[in-house]
Write a new protein. Structure first.
Length: 286
């Protein structure tokens, strides 16, 4: 197994998270896929002018090819590029020229223009839902819709409103954890994961492999969180030590009571410190 150098305990999650984060297209606009054959033909017949580079969105290279045209260099480069494109397989071409950073994150694969053939089965960011008989929660439904459209802030708001109606809904807590992970709000993501498990969520494999929880898994606290059964460790409350008062001290006679009263007066007047008072009281009550 190849492990990530920075996070050896989470082999692929850090790289996966970076790819998910870096490949988000600005404004979530739809993009059309580019054809490998078209690029090869452009390179073969119009490569001398850099047309194939403009077609692939490489404007800088296109301008360079156009300038080299006057020296005859771009004619040779165009033929070389055509041979490379004709010999390149579709998957490699799509990774290089149809996606950012060479990967289409699952949440973007549902957008038009991305080939579903390269999606990773079982890794969809589709929120988890439970088939229960409870009345439909409109905020939950709207939140899932916004989540699918990658409107994460809107989804979070709807999921939170849904929890006001159904605070024990496991899927709402899990979906919120995923949304907070994608928006890098790690504390809230851990809190809702913990709540989902506390309410009965036991598909731990989903927690360990779900793409949208990749940011959660690269945190230093992940191993401890996993060791505690995917629960946040609640710090133990120190037991209360009952304070001894004068009423708790057995009074054997009136003389002892008078001596204790005298010590209290000296303490109240500032002639005895609290420590000195306790020492003298112990001497009297032995």
């Amino acid at each position: 197994m190849i492990k990530n150098a920075r996070f050896p305990n989470v082999p692929a999650d850090y790289d996966l998270y970076n790819k998910l984060r870096s490949s988000a297209p600005a404004g979530m606009e739809e993009r059309s896929t580019r054809s490998k054959t078209a690029a090869a033909l452009f390179a073969l017949f119009l490569g001398w002018a850099g047309i194939h580079r403009f077609y692939l969105g490489q404007v800088g290279l296109g301008i360079l090819y156009f300038c080299l045209m006057f020296f005859g260099i771009s004619f040779v480069l165009g033929i070389i590029d055509a041979v490379v494109f004709f010999g390149m397989d579709e998957q490699t071409f799509n990774r290089k020229y149809n996606t950012a950073e060479g990967m289409v994150p699952p949440v973007y694969q549902r957008m038009k223009g991305f080939p579903e053939a390269y999606s990773r089965p079982g890794k969809s960011p589709r929120p988890m839902t439970y088939n229960n008989r409870e009345p439909a929660n409109s905020f939950k439904v709207n939140g899932i819709k916004k989540y699918k459209e990658f409107d994460l802030e809107g989804a979070i708001e709807d999921f939170k409103k849904g929890l006001e109606i159904q605070p024990q809904d496991i899927s709402l807590h899990f979906n919120l954890a995923c949304a907070y992970s994608l928006t890098e709000q790690v504390d809230k993501a851990y809190t809702h994961l913990d709540r989902a498990v506390a309410l009965g969520f036991n598909d731990f494999e989903k927690i360990k492999t779900h793409d949208d929880l990749a940011f959660v898994r690269i945190q230093d606290r992940w191993e401890e969180f996993k060791q505690h059964g995917f629960r946040l460790q609640v710090p133990a409350t120190p037991p209360e030590v009952p304070q001894t008062t004068e009423k708790d001290v057995p009074v054997h006679d009136d003389l002892l009571l008078a001596q204790l009263k005298r010590l209290s007066e000296l303490r109240d007047r500032g002639l005895l410190s609290e420590q000195e008072f306790m020492i003298e009281k112990k001497k009297l009550t032995r």
